[in-house]
Design a protein. Structure first.
Length: 153
């Protein structure tokens, strides 16, 4: 199995677990004398199977990511950490740029005027650089995911 296939199956398992949870919650309480819409024991058993498979997948994915070279001395895990941090920094700076650039209409000269306390242009340039870096890393990771065999044991 390729790493990308394991990642897709992991996502499916997570979605299935969320769906089972909703179904259990809907059936968890019924009016006295009524039966739940679904058998909760069966749903719990199915959730346990999904959690067991999810554990297998996450362990194999983590093992594969930590042992697969990305470039130079870095592993796929290192590249994922760098990509995720670039995304967080991008979002952080984009929120600051948005707050600084929000216009406020004034209806008279006596109203308080607000001005940006930092350079929005340079902040936006850094946001754009981080977005590009994120995309480039993500593209290389996706490509590698389809070329890498999952290390299952």
């Amino acid at each position: 199995m390729k790493l990308a296939e394991a990642l897709a199956e992991r996502s499916d398992c997570e979605g299935r677990i969320a769906e089972i949870r909703k179904r259990i919650v809907r059936s968890a309480r019924v009016q006295e004398g009524e039966q739940p819409a679904e058998n909760i024991s069966d749903l719990l058993a199915e959730s346990e199977r999904m959690f067991a498979r999810l554990l297998e997948l996450v362990a194999a994915i983590n093992r594969t990511n930590s042992r697969t070279p990305f470039d130079g001395g870095r592993t796929v895990s290192d590249a994922i950490a760098e990509r995720d941090l670039a995304g967080k920094r991008r979002d952080f700076l984009a929120a600051i740029a948005e707050a600084a650039s929000t216009r406020q209409d004034r209806y008279s000269k006596s109203e308080v005027k607000f001005v940006a306390a930092l350079s929005i242009a340079s902040l936006q340039a850094e946001v754009d650089r981080l977005a590009k870096h994120y995309r480039e890393l993500d593209t290389r990771l996706q490509e590698l995911n389809w070329k890498t065999e999952l290390i299952e044991t």
